[in-house]
Unconditional design. Structure first.
Length: 366
């Protein structure tokens, strides 16, 4: 394959929310700006102001868009996800890079001599017993139907994962999951983390950033800060926002979606970012904070075990009890954090390193 004039396509599960996977997609598109981006569907309304990030791209949707109410029923309709992507005609491309998680973008088919790199954010969490953004097992009928569907989806997911030429894991945690569930080796390439040059003094507040959903445990952060009567700023949107506003104290403010510049200033000004997500695949939010010298308080699980060094760039909590979070916040107040050291520790996750490692795989593969 002539690497100098290769045709590249990008494939991503869907565009309806803005999180870590979408930040990775943005970097891949920056690397290959002429590459079309194939997605199951786009939900501009759900993306809100974040749609402007993608509005100028060459985005191509699958036949999923012909299904009535796909934007509302996308979760149960994941039973057809692999079919959405298998229907795509990608035989004109020399390299396909899929960004895959829940919707099996890795199921795409291509020429036998072409290269398929799958950047796996994680095997679908709902299929393998990990917490998800909603507590779908809470309702018995949904639990029963979900488990039946998941049995067959695990089979489809396994065979879809055999398609890529190279599997790329976003962390050692995900690398272990790929080996366990797909029986495949993979290469670890950490996600690209960027920072902006901002002039912001450190202030007296804590910060939660991310999807405001069940698996991220924002309720734990809000309850702890409310009881301590310390300032907490919540950045992000999600189905739990209104419920959490009702239980939050006067020291808690909800900022919704913010611009990259606003977020950079919030990171730089915070005493710490608190992000107790459970079994996180990698966890970009704490690293984004560390780029500004801000420590992170996280749950002792998942990808955080690779990125957080206790007492140096963050602290762990071992359970999801409010008192444990209160204890961690109070402990963080007694540590003299070396903000410059925290920044240096975060540099190993730079955008430049990500691009170099992705290009190296493309160049070195036969």
């Amino acid at each position: 394959m002539n690497r100098s004039n290769m045709k590249v396509a990008l494939v991503h599960d869907y565009l309806r929310e803005y999180g870590g996977a979408e930040r990775v997609l943005e970097k891949l598109h920056k690397m290959f700006p002429e590459a079309p981006v194939y997605v199951a569907f786009v939900d501009k309304q759900a993306l809100g102001k974040h749609w402007t990030r993608f509005s100028s791209w060459d985005i191509r949707e699958t036949w999923a868009t012909k299904i009535p109410f796909i934007k509302k029923l996308f979760s149960p309709l994941r039973v057809f996800a692999s079919n959405f992507f298998r229907s795509l005609d990608l035989f004109a491309y020399d390299v396909v890079i899929s960004s895959s998680n829940m919707y099996m973008a890795k199921a795409v088919r291509m020429r036998p001599d072409a290269m398929h790199l799958c950047y796996c954010h994680t095997p679908p969490r709902s299929l393998y017993g990990y917490t998800t953004k909603s507590n779908w097992k809470e309702k018995k009928w949904m639990h029963v139907l979900g488990e039946i569907a998941n049995h067959f989806l695990r089979i489809v997911d396994y065979y879809s994962a055999q398609n890529p030429t190279v599997m790329i894991a976003n962390s050692q945690e995900v690398q272990k999951r790929i080996q366990k569930f797909y029986r495949r080796d993979s290469v670890v390439i950490y996600p690209p983390i960027s920072s902006l040059d901002v002039d912001q003094k450190r202030e007296d507040y804590y910060l939660f950033v991310g999807r405001v959903v069940y698996s991220k445990h924002p309720n734990l952060v809000i309850d702890a800060c409310t009881q301590l009567r310390v300032k907490l700023k919540v950045v992000g949107i999600g189905e739990s926002v209104e419920e959490l506003k009702a239980r939050a104290g006067k020291t808690v403010s909800f900022l919704g979606a913010v611009s990259d510049l606003e977020l950079a200033k919030l990171y730089a000004g915070a005493r710490a970012v608190i992000y107790p997500a459970e079994d996180e695949d990698f966890g970009m939010i704490p690293i984004e904070a560390m780029m500004y010298g801000t420590p992170a308080i996280v749950h002792r699980s998942g990808g955080f075990l690779e990125t957080v060094v206790e007492g140096e760039n963050g602290l762990f909590v071992d359970d999801f009890k409010t008192q444990s979070m209160i204890d961690a916040i109070q402990e963080s107040q007694n540590i003299q954090w070396d903000h410059e050291k925290i920044k240096k520790m975060a540099q190993k996750y730079s955008e430049e390193r990500f691009e170099r490692e992705i290009r190296d795989i493309i160049q070195q593969s036969p």
